[in-house]
Design a protein around this ligand. Structure first.
Ligand SMILES: [Zn+2]
Ligand SMILES: [Zn+2]
Length: 315
């Protein structure tokens, strides 16, 4: 019972933290303001006629649903990260002490924290394109009508993996958590910005900050583009690690074959369904089954990985 009471207490504290956290509120307000501006610009372009395609409206609805699901799961994500942080502290891996950053001014610390965050995100994202994680990340790629809210189309399991890696990184670097929080609003807005349905490439600054065109290629359902443009903010990581791909304006279809498009329940269950099929195949007593992967996994994933595994390739 003590464990349950402790759990309930911690859950309550986390809810209060989220409600009282000014950065969360600021991020939420900035998101709403950004969406309002986009809506006005889009309405202006359409001559103030409410005439959006039906599938786009479904996509927006699904993305809003995912946004709220992630808000609901936020305390659970934080709860899951707590024992990891404890474990990390307990084994005492060598890292940079927090006092190291005391003399560094905030104007330098915040961009530095964002660069470190983006570096971690690059490898997170690369991991999410690995065949075992792809069924989770496929949910983000499932949107056939990319829009600003696609930034929020993230499976809660992906949120857990990302949160764990940030905690490890921030613990190791010893960054004051406030420095990362200050950049959070900008990161959210930039993520919404790159998902806009516009062909902006940033001209001479295209290698400095990721553009909507660059991220459209990441979502393109085209073999040449699979597993490319993994950096969220700084294209330099893609340039250095050989995953940069922007051949020009992107006119390719967006989305992910074999993955439900805008059905929220099916999308949430999708990774479990694929892994279930995989487990069934693995435990089936045939030699062939032990070396193959389910059709769903093979169909959607082998084309998406950064380093495809030849043994699972499909024609
Ligand atoms: Zn991706
Ligand atoms: Zn995206």
């Amino acid at each position: 019972m003590d464990v349950l009471a402790d759990f309930a207490q911690r859950l309550q504290e986390l809810f209060l933290f989220l409600v009282n956290n000014r950065l969360e509120s600021l991020s939420f307000a900035a998101t709403i303001a950004f969406l309002f501006v986009i809506l006005l610009v889009d309405l202006h372009r359409r001559g103030y006629r409410f005439s959006w395609p039906r599938r786009l409206l479904k996509s927006v609805g699904a993305n809003i649903a995912f946004w709220w699901v992630s808000l609901l799961f936020a305390p659970a994500v934080l709860l899951l990260t707590y024992p990891v942080k404890q474990f990390y502290d307990a084994i005492g891996l060598p890292g940079i002490d927090e006092s190291f950053w005391q003399g560094v001014p905030a104007w330098l610390l915040v961009p530095l924290a964002i660069v470190c965050y983006d570096f971690a995100n690059y490898w997170n994202h690369r991991l999410m394109h690995h065949r075992w994680f792809w069924p989770v990340h496929a949910i983000h790629h499932s949107d056939p009508d990319m829009n600003a809210l696609t930034a929020y189309r993230i499976h809660f399991l992906e949120s857990v993996i990302m949160a764990l890696s940030y905690i490890l990184l921030l613990s190791w670097l010893g960054f004051p958590t406030g420095s990362m929080g200050m950049g959070a609003v900008l990161l959210t807005l930039h993520s919404m910005y790159v998902h806009l349905n516009v062909d902006w490439d940033h001209g001479p600054f295209k290698y400095v900050i990721a553009s909507p065109r660059m991220h459209q290629w990441h979502h393109a359902d085209l073999p040449e583009a699979y597993g490319k443009n993994l950096a969220n903010i700084f294209p330099v990581f893609d340039l250095v690690f050989g995953t940069y791909y922007v051949p020009g304006p992107c006119h390719e279809p967006l989305g992910a074959k074999g993955v439900p498009e805008n059905d929220v329940v099916k999308l949430i269950l999708y990774p479990f369904a694929v892994w279930g099929k995989l487990a069934l195949k693995l435990f089936r007593p045939s030699r062939k089954a032990q070396t193959s992967v389910p059709d769903d996994l093979a169909k959607t994933e082998t084309h998406r990985t950064v380093e495809p595994d030849a043994s699972t390739a499909t024609p």
